[in-house]
Ligand binder design. Structure first.
Ligand code: NAP
Length: 243
């Protein structure tokens, strides 16, 4: 059975990915940072589906923590066949009011984390001459969002890293793609008022907002052999908000 490691899988899109991969028969490593209870109860739920699953704590913005996570997953489930870099945070506000510390935290959590996790996953994938990495970007990384400069920059960075790494490791039999969600109703949207959410829905050609499951389906597809000829691509799952 293949092993998938999903960062930030304790809630939201990452948790939906964990369920989708388990239903597809993967053994699943559920990474969390703070939401221990959620992650452990999700891992139990996945084991009830008949796969192996572990919850593994790591702050993905810290490279030593990421290395420890990979060691733990390898010892408990085996080497990682599919890596889903999903963990992320957002921050809304004027660039002029953003502190250097806020900038660093966001860039480390959303972008350096992808570097740390890819670096830890690749040696085993290269040895196996196979592997898949799916990075969760954002439509704001494609077009930029006002008052989300750091977030947009981090996700544009994820897209650039995806394309470059796909070229670098394609000859080693490894595919690297990104899924770029539009507005998805998770805790990340908690700061938005009902009016803001309604306005975002009205701006979306399909007139509906995304669910974590919509994103998980795209991540699972890119991880499957059905996508064997797809690498270096950004699959936008946004109801048509950005075309
Ligand atoms: P969410 O519900 O807020 O969940 C965020 C997840 O990331 C949690 O599991 C959290 O873990 C984890 N996380 C945060 N910082 C971490 C760290 N330092 N180390 C390890 N894990 C960390 O967010 P979401 O909406 O599911 O977002 C998931 C991804 O989709 C993010 O990359 C986000 O940028 C992207 N995205 C979301 C939307 C949207 O509209 N929701 C749109 C575009 C892109 P703990 O709770 O355990 O700390």
């Amino acid at each position: 059975m293949s092993v998938v490691l999903i960062t930030g899988a304790s809630r939201g899109i990452g948790a939906a990915c964990a369920r989708a991969f388990a239903q597809a028969g993967f053994n699943v490593a559920v990474n969390y940072n703070r939401s221990k209870e959620n992650a452990e109860s999700l891992a139990r739920e996945l084991r009830d589906l008949g796969v192996s699953a572990v919850a593994v704590q790591a702050d993905v913005s810290d490279s030593a923590s990421v290395r420890g996570m990979f060691d733990y997953v390898k010892a408990n489930l085996g080497s990682v066949d599919v890596l889903v870099n999903n963990a992320g945070i957002s921050r809304v506000g004027l660039l002029t009011e953003m502190t250097d510390g806020d900038w660093d935290t966001l860039l480390h959590t959303n972008l350096s984390s992808v570097f740390y996790c890819c670096k830890a996953a690749l040696p085993d994938m290269i040895r196996a001459h196979s592997g898949v990495i799916v990075n969760v970007a954002s439509m704001w990384g494609e077009v930029g969002a006002s008052c989300e400069a750091a977030y947009s920059a981090s996700k544009a960075g994820v897209i650039g890293l995806t394309k470059a790494l796909a070229k670098e490791v394609g000859p080693s039999g490894i595919r690297v793609n990104a899924v770029s969600p539009g507005v998805v109703m998770t805790d990340m949207m908690k700061g938005f008022s009902a009016e803001d959410v309604a306005a975002l829905r009205d701006e979306t050609p399909l007139m509906t907002l995304g669910t974590p499951e919509d994103i998980a389906e795209a991540v699972l597809y890119l991880s499957s052999d059905k996508a064997r000829f797809i690498t270096g691509q950004v699959l936008s799952v946004n109801g048509g908000m950005v075309i």
